[in-house]
Design a protein around this ligand. Structure first.
Ligand code: SF4
Length: 176
């Protein structure tokens, strides 16, 4: 049986793709179940956008959020002041493309990241403070109608996916 696919931040699946070469693996029964069901599609938007590991930490400038950046207002900058917006926008566009090709139903993205954060992002002042807003890729997916959850919302995400599948069952049965 075909099942809806779930996009997941690569660093949550243990891939060492974060700016400092680390990962943030998550162990959760919902993720394990989706893995067995072959639903998971791994992505690191920043690497898809052309950034490497390691790379300089970057934040979205104060007063802007991921949606602004995706629509080319404001900047994503490193602590040293380099404008890296183009990589973030390219990563978001490519992730969107991949999501359409893979028929992604929902996404589980790493909380608070300037690319992946679904509810909060860092302040833009490199102070570790958070503020409300989405990262660039999370905003692009949300705008395209793909519901984005973070790693602390897996039960909620599973419930949402079940509801989606009850409304529109996915199967590969053909008419006779
Ligand atoms: S861009 Fe997303 S997937 Fe890549 S390291 Fe950052 S939080 Fe993880």
């Amino acid at each position: 049986m075909n099942r809806n696919k779930v996009l997941v931040s690569a660093c949550l699946l243990g891939e060492r793709v974060r700016y400092d070469g680390s990962s943030r693996p998550v162990s959760h029964p919902v993720l394990e179940q989706w893995k067995k069901e072959e639903r998971l599609v791994s992505v690191c938007p920043e690497m898809l956008g052309g950034l490497l590991v390691p790379r300089l930490a970057a934040e979205i400038q104060p007063d802007f959020d991921g949606q602004d950046i995706f629509h080319e207002a404001g900047k994503v900058v490193t602590r040293q002041g380099h404008n890296v917006s183009q990589y973030f926008v390219r990563g978001a566009r490519k992730t969107l493309e991949l999501s359409k090709q893979a028929d992604i139903a929902i996404a589980i993205l790493k909380a608070n990241s300037p690319s992946c954060g679904n509810e909060q992002i860092y302040s833009g002042e490199f102070s570790k403070a958070l503020r409300n807003g989405q990262g660039v890729t999370a905003a692009a997916l949300t705008e395209a109608g793909i519901k984005v959850f973070n790693e602390h919302q897996l039960d909620q995400a599973q419930a949402y996916l079940s509801t989606l599948e009850q409304k529109a069952p996915v199967n590969n049965m053909s008419c006779e």
